[in-house]
Structures are given as C-alpha cells and as structure tokens.
Design a protein around this ligand. Structure first.
Ligand SMILES: NC(=O)c1ccc[n+]([C@@H]2O[C@H](COP(=O)([O-])OP(=O)(O)OC[C@H]3O[C@@H](n4cnc5c(N)ncnc54)[C@H](O)[C@@H]3O)[C@@H](O)[C@H]2O)c1
Length: 336
C-alpha cells in the first residue's frame, strides 16, 4: 500500500460506523486496515471487504503497528480511555461526540495530542451540515441584524435503545442522557455561531423510565447578551431532525430538516412567504452527508497538515457546557 495513505482502524462498528465508513470509501487517501468490535462476528464481516484485520478487544487494535489512525465510535464511557491509549501509542485519533464524558478528560485528551504530536479531531458533524453552514453565512453577513433569540431543537427516536436493557444508550453510566449525548451538538453550534455561554438553566424529564433523562430544555444567555433555548428529545417518533431558529432585529431564519424547503428567511412581520435559502431537502440523508464530509476533512487535515474545521477546544467546550447544564438542572415533576 502507498505509504502516504492513512491506515485506519475503526473501533466500534454500530450505527454511526456505517456513515464513517461511507466517508472513508470516498477518500483515496485513507484505507481501512483493521476494525474492532466486541461482537467478533460483526468485526469479521466488516473487515472482509477491505481484507482488513479484525479484533474484538480494542487494546489489540491500539497495539497494532500497521494502524496509524484510529476512529473511535464506541459507547461514550470508552471514548476517553481509548482515545488516550491510541494517542500514547502514536496514532492520530478521530473521536465521536461527546469527546469525553467529563470536561477534565476532554482537556487531558487535547494536552495529550499536543504532547505526543498526533492529530486529535472530534466527529462533530454539526459543522458539516449544509443547513447550518448556510445559516452561519447569513448570520455572519448580518442578514438578520442584531440577534435577540436563538432556538435549537434535536429530536428523534431512541425509544428502542432506551428500552433495551443491554444497550448502553440512555443509561447514566455507559452513555448518559440526552444532555451529554445530543446537547453537545447544540452547545457546539451556539459556540460556533455566537460565542460562549454566560449562564443557563436546565429542565429535564424521563419518559421511558431509565436513569438517564430522555428529554430536556436548556435555557440561557450567551456572553453577547443573546438569549437561547435548546430543546432535546429522544422520544420523538419521526425521522431525526434538527431545527434552528434565529430571531434578529431585521428578520428571522427558520431551518428544519423535516421542512421542504429546509431553510427560509422571513424579512419582517409582513413577509408571509419568506425567502428560500438553497439547501437540499433530504430528511433521511442530511446527517450521513455531513458525517461523510467530516471524515474527508479529518483525512485531509492529516494529509495536508492543516487544522480540521472543528477545533477540539470547541468540542471540549461543548462538554463543559453539558456539565454545567447538569449542574444547573431540575427535574420536571408536575405532580409534586
Ligand atoms: N454525530 C452523530 O450524529 C452521531 C450519530 C449516532 C451516534 N453518534 C455517536 O457515535 C458513537 C457510537 O454510537 P452508535 O449509535 O454507533 O452506537 P452503537 O451501539 O450502535 O455501536 C457501538 C458499537 O461498539 C461496540 N462496543 C461496545 N463496547 C465495546 C468495547 N468495549 N469494545 C469493542 N466494541 C465495543 C458495540 O458492540 C457496538 O457495535 C457514540 O459516541 C454516539 O454518540 C454520533
């Protein structure tokens, strides 16, 4: 194999790994040489098309000298552990969100990458979503004037995995609830668009009866004075969607992956039609496309020796906000 081609090892071969794999398949500068999943049969079948090695213990992949770059798509509780081990073994690391379950661990990963001299990147696909990229340009160009309020929503169905006692999803110890899982996407987006958060308050509730919250609302104020509210639901029986509403002095931007067209700008109270901003309506494909772009950017960042679009400091900041959101939280209980 060409020495300049990255030799990728995949850790965790579940739902999101298909999207990562699709990205690597379009990237001639990377080749999957090893895969790992505790489900050995799964690992074997996923290794086959690439003639790759397969492991059921991630320690073995960490110690495989033929792998120079590791992509971690494991349950949240393993992110820090394997990202650290892989970097200490001299490998570049791409890690799924949240980059760690604790801010302190996220910071430690950033310092480790610097000390060892490897690339650490976070798979925060938000940055690669077409709707958000177009919305960001409009906000940057001051199309809406001074921003008064920002609202975000992430909603979809994790009902099956919360209800599955064997799944790591929706359990405090292995994955955490929706604030650490989906919250980090919106907290990253707020930081990217508007900067840091000044204060916040969280309300959450449990619909499905596990020990992790499956619905939450985080309300707050950004450092620049803009108010925000971010809503999250793992019990929405619909295709996964994300919604962004930006309310400015001159106009309002409404984006929703389940609307056709997905992005419009309204120029004042009398503008009942709004202006369509060109974004592909692709309710089942928008996320996959963003993840594939993220993979290509990751590979490009190593090969071209440049920074990826997502700065790990901002991904770590999102974990910090999630921590604060838990600290400042209150469970909604209507009957007490
Ligand atoms: N960016 C996004 O939009 C997005 C979407 C989905 C998932 N994710 C993230 O991707 C990660 C994985 O999520 P998923 O939905 O693919 O989970 P998943 O449960 O579908 O896949 C996880 C895989 O890891 C394997 N595994 C678990 N423990 C292991 C261990 N100790 N050693 C080896 N293998 C082990 C499991 O067998 C499973 O195949 C999470 O961090 C999640 O938050 C991100």
């Amino acid at each position: 194999m060409d020495e300049s081609v990255l030799k990728i090892g995949l850790m965790g071969l579940g739902e999101v790994s298909m999207m990562h794999e699709a990205g690597y398949n379009e990237e001639p500068r990377a080749h999957i040489v090893a895969v790992c999943d505790r489900d050995e049969q799964l690992a074997k079948s996923r290794a086959e098309p690439y003639g790759a090695k397969h492991y059921s213990d991630c320690e073995e992949l960490v110690n495989d000298n033929d792998v120079d770059t590791v992509d971690i798509m494991l349950p949240h509780r393993f992110h820090y552990k394997y990202a650290k081990k892989a970097m200490l073994a001299g490998k570049n690391v791409l890690i799924e969100k949240p980059m760690a379950m604790k801010y302190k661990e996220a910071r430690d990963l950033i310092s480790t990458a610097k000390a060892v001299g490897v690339r650490l990147a976070v798979a925060e696909n938000t940055r690669y979503v077409e709707l958000y990229q177009k919305a960001y340009q409009l906000v940057q160009k001051n199309r809406l004037g001074k921003i008064w309020l920002v609202r975000t929503l992430i909603a979809g169905s994790e009902v099956a995995r919360y209800s599955d006692k064997q799944s790591w999803v929706g359990k405090k110890k292995t994955g955490g609830g929706i604030i650490i899982d989906a919250g980090v996407h919106s907290f990253y987006l707020l930081k990217w668009f508007f900067g840091e958060i000044k204060n916040l308050r969280t309300f959450y509730w449990h619909t499905l009866g596990t020990d992790a919250e499956d619905n939450a609302v985080v309300l707050g104020t950004l450092e620049d004075g803009t108010h925000f509210d971010s809503q999250f639901s793992d019990t929405a029986q619909q295709p996964w969607t994300e919604r962004l509403e930006v309310y400015g002095e001159k106009g309002v931007l409404i984006g929703d992956q389940l609307s056709d067209p997905p992005l419009k700008v309204y120029n004042g109270p009398m503008d009942d039609e709004g202006e369509t901003v060109q974004v592909q309506y692709d309710p089942l494909g928008w996320k996959i496309r963003s993840v594939m772009e993220e993979i290509k950017d990751f590979v490009g960042s190593i090969v071209e020796k440049r920074e990826p679009l997502v700065n790990p400091n901002d991904a770590a900041y999102a974990v910090k906000v999630a921590e604060l959101a838990y600290k400042k939280s209150e469970e909604l209980n209507y009957f007490e």
